[in-house]
Ligand binder design. Structure first.
Ligand code: ADP
Ligand code: ZN
Length: 622
């Protein structure tokens, strides 16, 4: 009904405006009106040229050109008089009545149209709402196969922490008997793909209770008020089926701080939903054996009201697994595919530092696909390696054509990274060097950390920057030119240097003072400089610049000293395109001879050298 009234209102407003506009137009365009006696006066003075009759209205035009209008009492008499005086007479039909009728007709049609459109729109909305109502059926999640703690690997601390919840759901009486109150809400926080959903499901599976799963974003897309009433319905349903678990994924969509840039109505909907959730959580008593689990990867933006006692007062943080955890997760997912016997997950876990559970699951799947594509019936190490490269770097762009000159530059660039990395004692070992374009990168030099590092030393970070500078330095030494190929390196190097000085207090000039603020959740990323005086800001800039230059110079020095080796490695890369860690080590051992004169022993490694053709030893032997 409201829509109808609104539309009618708009319609009338429109009419009034149109009428007003017409009136104004008319005012502008109407002729001057004079009295009949004035008209007679002009007639008597022979001033008139012609007359136009419309009913008993006459428009008289002067010989001088201007016109006016007047009303005549007796048109017939006037006409014969005008004829006598030889003044032109024109007759026009009176249209005003017709015009009025036409306008009225159009007006009525428009009015009817407005009413019809409003009513049909209302009906459509009602239909949509009722569709939602039928959606409202709240059922526990049963589409998934039962998940237990056995399916969750690599995060033992979280499992331990949540075992208590399982016990509570299984045996609520045992808890209430001694007056212990189990937590009502648990917040699972951690980066995407770390297994938060899996964990929540596993709790339900272990305790064998119904699992009601929702996503925070579901609530926000609804009409105002529907989100809140849905929350109430969910809790009502859960209470009749307790013990049970309610899981809300992406709780930040409803419980995010109100500063987010949502629209006013979206904001309103969110806070209504959030309030409903808080009221429900405060409301259920200890006799309702319901545990609410919520997951988020943005705990930093959550409304603090969510964490008050009696709500999500327990938080479990889940981070990407360490080496041991990765191995365990790989074993869980590896059990689902046909692995080559004896394939150790240890080695595979080593090559994917930082991978989350979801990424590891994806890795196993990609490796299996790779094996299938090659017609193998077992997944082997090589498949895993290819799968990892595909995930990390994108698909090999074999068809991409690079000019010989660019390939040459690329080879020197990658060789530069590798040699600097090999030379610096603090650096991670080289894992792979390639000049085959993949994804967005042209070439790539990968290093692998031996252990999972959780803290980084000044020396290590400095060598990271120096290695990044190595690519550009090599180009500069070999070709005396700079290319755009170093863009990514420079961005990364600047990021590390900025963090060292502004975040980790590694500059003596600045001291242990935070200069930037992170507002990007778990993954670092964009940081904003805190407010500071111009002078401080200047010295921060200077420190960053100094550090970057220091590293760049070091890279230049290393590569100038080992220019011979750089040339060798670059030419080998042009030949074979990709080198793995073993091959790289052999080449280093074999060609690390710029200071050694002829007569050195050929080592057994030289025979395995992938670049035996261009090997210095084979040349020496000739
Ligand atoms: P999140 O909810 O944290 O984004 P999910 O629980 O949806 O992550 O994880 C996605 C998938 O990744 C899971 O279905 C599972 O196959 C795999 N996975 C993630 N973490 C683990 C883990 N710790 N152990 C085994 N598999 C995992
Ligand atoms: Zn580079």
């Amino acid at each position: 009904m409201a829509i109808l009234i609104r539309n009618l209102f708009i319609f009338f407003l429109f009419t009034v405006l149109l009428g007003g506009a017409y009136g104004l137009w008319k005012l502008e365009n109407t002729l001057r009106t004079v009295t009949y006696s004035e008209f007679r006066h002009c007639l008597a003075n022979h001033e008139l040229e012609s007359t136009t009759f419309t009913g008993n209205k006459v428009i008289a035009t002067h010989k001088a050109g201007d016109s006016y209008e007047t009303t005549v009492p007796n048109p017939e008499k006037l006409i014969s008089e005008l004829q006598d005086r030889n003044i032109q007479i024109i007759f026009k039909k009176d249209r005003s009545e017709q015009l009025f009728q036409a306008t009225a007709l159009i007006y009525i049609i428009l009015l009817l149209l407005t009413v019809i459109i409003s009513l049909s729109k209302k009906k459509r909305l009602e239909e949509e709402e009722s569709k939602f109502a039928s959606d409202k059926l709240i059922l526990p999640d049963s589409g998934h196969k039962l998940v237990t703690f056995d399916d969750v690997a690599g995060i033992p601390e979280a499992l331990e922490e949540l075992q208590e919840i399982v016990n509570f759901l299984k045996n609520p009486d045992q808890f209430s008997k001694i007056g212990a109150v189990s937590p009502k809400g648990i917040l699972l926080q951690g980066p995407p793909g770390t297994g938060k959903t899996l964990l929540a499901r596993a709790i339900a599976g272990e305790a064998k209770v119904p699992f009601y799963s929702f996503s925070g974003s579901d609530f926000v897309e609804m009409f105002v008020g529907v989100g809140a009433s849905r929350v109430r319905d969910i809790f009502k349903e859960a209470k009749t089926n307790s013990p049970c678990i309610i899981f809300i994924d992406e709780i930040d969509a409803v419980g995010g701080s109100r500063a987010g840039g949502a629209t006013a109505s979206g904001q309103d909907e969110r806070s209504q939903t959030l309030n409903a959730l808080l009221v429900e959580m405060d409301g259920f008593s200890t006799s309702d054996t319901i545990v609410v689990l919520a997951a988020t990867n943005r705990p930093d933006i959550l409304d603090p009201a969510l964490r008050r006692p009696g709500r999500f007062d327990r938080q479990v943080t889940i981070l990407p697994p360490d080496l041991k955890g990765r191995k365990k997760i790989l074993q869980v997912h590896g059990a689902k595919v046909a692995l080559q016997p004896g394939l150790g997950m240890d080695k595979i876990a080593h090559m994917v530092p930082g991978f989350t559970g979801a990424e590891l699951a994806n890795l196993v799947n990609e490796a299996a696909l790779m094996a299938a594509r090659r017609g193998k019936d077992r997944v082997d190490y090589l498949d895993f390696e290819h799968a990892r490269d595909r995930i990390l770097m994108g698909v090999e762009r074999k068809g991409m054509i690079i000019s010989e000159k660019d390939r040459n530059i690329l080879a020197f660039h990658e060789a530069g990274h590798a040699i600097v990395a090999k030379t610096l004692p603090e650096a991670d070992p080289i894992h792979k060097i390639t000049i085959i374009p993949r994804g967005r990168a042209l070439g790539q030099t990968q290093q692998l950390s031996v252990t999972d590092r959780t803290s980084y030393s000044y020396e290590y970070l400095k060598s990271r920057i120096t290695i990044l500078m190595g690519g550009r330095a090599a180009e500069e030494i070999a070709f005396q030119q700079r290319t755009t190929g170093a863009q990514g390196d420079i961005v990364q190097a600047t990021e590390i240097a900025t963090n060292m000085i502004c975040k980790w207090g590694m500059s003596d000039v600045i001291g242990p003072q935070a200069m930037v603020i992170d507002d990007s959740g778990f993954l670092g990323g964009a940081a904003h400089r805190l407010e500071m005086s111009d002078r401080t800001s200047d010295s921060v800039d200077k420190e960053i610049k100094n550090l970057l230059e220091l590293c760049n110079n070091e890279a230049l020095t290393i590569l100038k000293e080992q220019f011979y080796l750089l040339k060798q490695l670059a030419s080998i890369l042009l030949e074979v395109e990709t080198l793995d860690d073993e091959e790289f080590e052999i080449i280093m051992a074999c060609h690390f001879t710029d200071k050694i004169e002829a007569g050195i022993q050929e080592t057994h490694q030289c025979r395995d050298c992938p670049a035996a053709e261009s090997c210095i030893h084979s040349k020496l032997k000739k």
